[in-house]
Design a protein around this ligand. Sequence first.
Ligand SMILES: [Zn+2]
Length: 688
Amino acid sequence: MKGFVCFRHFAISLMSGLLLLSGCSQPQPTPEKPRDLSVLFITLDTTRADHLSCYRPEAVRAVDRGAKTPHLDGLAARGVRFAHATAHVPLTLPSHACLFTGTYPEVHQLRDMGGFVLDPKHVTLAAMAQKAGFLTAAFVGSKAVGRQFGLQQGFDTYDDQMPSLDQEGKLPGVFPERRAAETTDRALDWLRKQTGQRFFVWVHYYDPHEPYDPPEPYGSAYPKDPYSGEIAYTDAQVGRLVDFLDQSADLKRTIVVVMGDHGEGLDDHGEAAHGIFVYDDTLHVPLLIAGPGVPGGKVVGEQVRSIDILPTLAELLGLPPNPAAQGLSLRPLLQGGKLPAGTGANYAYIETLYPKTYMNWSELRGIRTDRWKFVLAPQPELYDLQHDPAERENVVKRYPAEADHLEKKIWEIVGPPQSDQKLVYTPVDSQTRQELASLGYVSAGSSRELVLNMKGPDPKERVGTLHAMQQYNRYMKAKSFGQAVRAMEAAVRADQANPLARLYLATAQEKLKDWRQAIKTYQEAVEIGVATDQILSRLGKAYLRVQEINKAISAMEKASTMNPTDLDNLSNLGIAYLQSNRLPEAEKAFKAIVVQDDRYAAAYNGLGLVAIQRGDGDTARPNFEKAIQLDPQQAEPLLNLGLLYQNTGHKEQALHYFNLFLEKASADQYGHLFPKVREAIQELQRGG
Ligand SMILES: [Zn+2]
């Protein structure tokens, strides 16, 4: 096995919502029987209602920005447009969970972007449709709603296959995504194969999420407002889906629902993106419902909520009601009526734990009604939306009785304050937990707890940190890493206990290849007790860079204990074990990935490397092949297969894989290996 020795070092060294009739209402369609209807459910990620042209009449701010959205406007004209739909959480996963379960976060328990999995006891809208005999399929635009979080429940097809992400310098909250066109292609492929059975299709478009990089011609059409360019592009993709259904005559029997999961701050309250605040910038979302039985060209002025979608569709489709749902069917509003009094319809509970989990600031909760927005923060806020729709003037002192009433409503909805204080992370379902335990990841998910007590800095007092982060993002984009470091150093000094600020700082330090400074930045977070699992996993990676393998392993082990769902961390940990020749542990780390995601290409590459180190080429080969099959863009298993064939005297196959490697590998990441591979090719061609 002499050949494998140099091969091993060679391969692992690579790792590095008053009904108003609009002027142009259309003739009422004859209602189809509910049993004949299909559903196209589209969610628009990160899409502010006021950035769609059909919402511009009410828009209070976006006079000089926003997209032309002819296809969405067309749906609004054919159906009902809800002028004030409120999402409950300004975050992708929790907000989608409200849509699919018809419940608030305290019930569905997907409280943040990670650390939670939907319990199968929740009967989702998809599961209700599936049970009623619909074919169900989902085509999502980002791993932010990946199957591991549980939203796949009830879907026969759940397409969440994304290109792999460059792991280097990846920031928390950045998920692999794919363009809307590809998601649409896949949804259309599926729809073309259907032969008349009712379907429930969910299509999720992630493009308006940052980074904003709309493809042409939208990039050129919105040179100063790429965010709106992304919305315009997404609108065109919605158009492709609707046109297809129109041409195939399915549109006559399909209810189309389009809703946003949350908006985008755009610096209206000091936040560029979303997650920190609960202002309408990030919680006022578009909602359009069109199709059989839905009148055309109407606008509903009353506030409606994400949790109302499940009961509404259940009623429109004739499904048995879901008793767990906390929302109400909006059918009376569609038909020009009112929602029943005394049902709490006008109260939308809102929350975000993101300031707590990512920044160590206070979490925020609130209530929005047609008239008021109350935000429960260390310094509470009240806005009179009738007179101040942009939420500029806090009138909490002027209207103490309203504030008091709305705060009581919060606790009526979520339970008494004490009941929601200790939040225990449950990052995996119970079966996965057992499987992980059998691999030695015994404390999987039990060790992490969050205290929700409104303690910590008030997020609105920390817009300085948010501005530094924006500045940082600009510098990083311009590759001015030194300036990025300086911007974040000041922010970290002013906001010491903020783990995300530290991650930002260390990421810029890593870009400068200043691994020692990055390690120091992470270590300080450990010392003052604010290290998150991301900080620990990144600390581990930084230690790998400086060849301190034991410290790397120790940090990544702690990270995997805090959060065993961080598959990239497990992958890096597996590599570190490999480098220390700890084969059984390496194998367990890669298997712990496969238990959670059996399509994670790098885990098979890792299992192949474990086999190689054991001198077991027969086990290694199918693992490398599986890695390539799962992700043909991954260069590393190509190289590994080339080496494997070279070592076993299979010259043609070796040449094939070496050449494929040179074709696919990025010079940035693998350039240093190119000369060696070319040399090996020449040698093989010489007959060596
Ligand atoms: Zn989102």
